[in-house]
Design a protein around this ligand. Structure first.
Ligand SMILES: NC(=O)c1ccc[n+]([C@@H]2O[C@H](COP(=O)([O-])OP(=O)(O)OC[C@H]3O[C@@H](n4cnc5c(N)ncnc54)[C@H](OP(=O)(O)O)[C@@H]3O)[C@@H](O)[C@H]2O)c1
Length: 197
């Protein structure tokens, strides 16, 4: 898959490196990259190309939002129409908001957006170096489910589909569960959930 990872921080850099290692074509999109993307790309995490957000999105099948939740609305407002027809993975959390996801903003990009809510419930350490058998719970439009499962598997996690995009709130609800478990395990951020079925 051609994956545009927007954001080069803990989450973007970690996920991008995993997907690159799994053979996917990763390009980072960043507000730090100047120009219209026509020139030679700069270097992002792991040596993957780093382009302007617009240039990274234009070429991608999958766009992963790994930026602060509060920044998603403006990024989507600027690049929204380019996201229509693509798989958009919402890994961002609007900390302190009643809905931590950005589905509503992302839907404004157009009717063909394929929304995925994933990679938001654990700390990045669980993506960098997951413990065997760790389950990642996710919600997705049915058309995006297969791509989401591939992205999750490539990181080394077991995907567990909890439903279509209406189940986004269910996925969101697992983040406070994870935070509580971290607290109850003395701050151990590599604590995670495993589905037994
Ligand atoms: N940290 C975790 O363990 C974790 C786990 C699950 C989900 N998340 C979520 O993932 C997202 C990213 O978290 P993170 O820990 O990776 O953060 P981070 O390390 O601080 O990285 C944030 C990235 O977003 C970019 N950014 C910030 N404001 C932006 C804006 N207005 N427009 C465009 N890009 C912007 C930053 O770019 P610059 O270099 O230009 O500042 C940076 O590349 C957040 O929504 C967070 O809630 C985090």
């Amino acid at each position: 898959m051609k994956i545009a990872v927007i954001g080069t921080g803990n989450i973007g850099g970690t996920l991008g490196a995993k997907w690159q290692a799994a053979g996917h074509e990763v390009t980072y999109g960043s507000r730090q990259a100047g120009g219209d993307g026509a020139g030679a790309p700069q270097e992002g995490p792991g040596g993957a190309p780093l382009r302007s957000i617009g240039a990274a999105v234009a070429d991608a099948d999958v766009v992963v939002l790994a930026i602060p939740g509060q920044a998603v609305t403006s990024v989507v407002a600027e690049h929204g129409t380019a996201l229509d027809g693509k798989v958009v993975v919402d890994a961002a959390n609007r900390m302190g908001a009643s809905h931590t996801d950005s589905q509503e903003a992302i839907r404004t990009c157009g009717p063909r957006v394929q929304y995925v809510r994933a990679f938001n419930i654990y700390g990045w350490e669980n993506f960098a170096d997951p413990r065997p058998g760790t389950t990642l719970f996710f919600a997705a439009d049915p058309a995006a489910r297969e791509a989401a499962e591939e992205l999750i598997t490539a990181v080394g996690l077991e995907p567990a589909y909890v439903g279509d995009a209406d189940a986004t709130g269910t996925v969101n609800g697992l983040m406070p569960v994870w935070f509580a478990l971290v607290q109850q395990h003395g701050g151990e951020r590599r604590v995670a959930l495993r589905l037994v079925d």
